[in-house]
Design a protein around this ligand. Structure first.
Ligand code: CO
Length: 136
């Protein structure tokens, strides 16, 4: 079940500059950066309850964000829906004909499990599903 708009992600060519903008110019609390190896991405999160802004920047200059920036410069990259059961939601949406990127969910930021729905299944919008890490 989808339970929240977890975050909106912006692809940025200069991460330090963008972090400064969101911290100093917009005054949002900065949660720190994280390298998400599976996505070849460095992320920076700014919680803005009940959602967050996520900046995404290529890790080591490669991966899907590098390709995006090369084509379009920066821009709104994806919306992320939080889910309480990613496997169930993926199965449900596949039954309805949605196409996903990759073979299955992969590790995301903050220990989450994530998968992206192909934009051609959603009128050109890239949508991520994310199940948060279990807290014990
Ligand atoms: Co994201």
């Amino acid at each position: 079940m989808i339970t929240a708009l977890d975050h909106i992600a912006i692809a940025v060519p200069d991460l330090e500059k963008a972090i400064k903008r969101f911290m100093e110019d917009f005054g949002l609390p900065f949660e720190g950066t994280e390298e998400v190896l599976a996505a070849k991405t460095t992320t920076a999160f700014f919680p803005l309850p009940e959602t967050s802004i996520e900046l995404v920047n290529p890790l080591n200059g490669e991966g899907p964000i590098a390709a995006y920036l090369e084509k379009r410069g920066g821009g709104i990259h994806h919306l992320c829906f939080r889910t309480d059961n990613i496997e169930q939601d993926v199965a449900r949406l596949k039954d309805k004909g949605y196409q996903f990127i990759g073979d299955g969910p992969t590790p995301g930021a903050h220990g989450s499990t994530v998968i992206f729905i192909h934009p051609k299944s959603c009128d050109g919008v890239l949508i991520e599903l994310s199940q948060p890490a279990e807290h014990h």
